[in-house]
Design a binder for this molecule. Sequence first.
Ligand code: GN1
Ligand code: MG
Length: 364
Amino acid sequence: MAVKYLNEAGEAFAFAASPVKYERCDIGHINDTYFVNCGEGNPSYLLQRVNTSIFKDPIKLMANIKGVTNHVAKKIEAAGGDTDREVRKIVYTKNGDDYFVDPDGCYWRAYLEIHDVVSYNSVDNPELFYKSAVAFGRFFNQLSDYPADTLYETIPNFHNSVSRMNDFKAAVAEDKMGRAAEMKKEIEFALSKEPQCSYILDRLADGRCKLCVTHNDTKLNNVLMDANTGEGVCIIDLDTVMPGSVLYDFGDAIRFGASSAAEDETDLTKVYMDLEMFETYVRGFVGELHDSMTEEEILSLPMGAYLMTLETGIRFLGDYLNGDVYFHIHYPEHNRDRARNQLKLIADMDEKMPQMIEIVKKYL
Ligand code: GN1
Ligand code: MG
């Protein structure tokens, strides 16, 4: 069922023509997203209702996105690229605003849709995964001179694994839905990883790792790839661009794309860290960023992958315990299954950590 005021929102934006069809996109876990068709011969668009229980200040959120996309567009222009294709292009309302507020107070925004691209929820082709690593590395480079202090923190402590663990412990203690007993084994396993949680924060605090502008949500499906050549075209989902560590961006990409299975695969025998994919990503990512990364950052890449997986695992599990209030779910036990999947990946990385470290050493 379409969300309320979808049509009103569609009419509010300065599209080339009135929308003729809306199609819901079910990939993201947070916002409500629609593809907007404006009829034969017209561009198509993406219309999103922002989840303001998560992004509390949508005006500042859009200010971030405007700043970041303008900055990236200048880099693309300077390189002779296509700014309609290689960066998200904000579409303004007929009043010239970058968002529309519906009568219920919900915030909507729109982007120009990009054609002849695909995005993947999983890949088994190392070459494609390599290209996604190059694309995220390039994006990171494009933002390396972005004034980080002008960025609003859209979700405070987003990749602070220590505070994520504390939130998880609170969810376990509260056990709002009475689901903790069923998840006892998983909860104990997750809690046993608490000592590792400060690994990145410790290194940011003493300067072994640097604070940079990062994307913070580098899932494979957040890079649009050319449908013919497979080259990375555009990095999307800029809601969490904030100061962070390169380990966050590397780590999140690995937990999603170097896993042998989808994030919600329930047959856990199919879920493991694919070391060939891991190395492929290291090659692409470090290849782009070698000059801007410290030796400690390169050596810490495996722990980046480990902590981003742990974080996502305890966020899914915490949300299951809290009654599924954060992530969109497609069936009642979806968060439980996602959590089990991420924790299986952690258990596998516990075994493969020595090999992961050997791999990154080759790229120092
Ligand atoms: C959410 O909405 P989406 O799918 O881009 C989440 C990420 C998680 C991811 C897990 C703002 O991202 O942090 O890693 O789900 N985004 C937010 O798939 O919480
Ligand atoms: Mg997102």
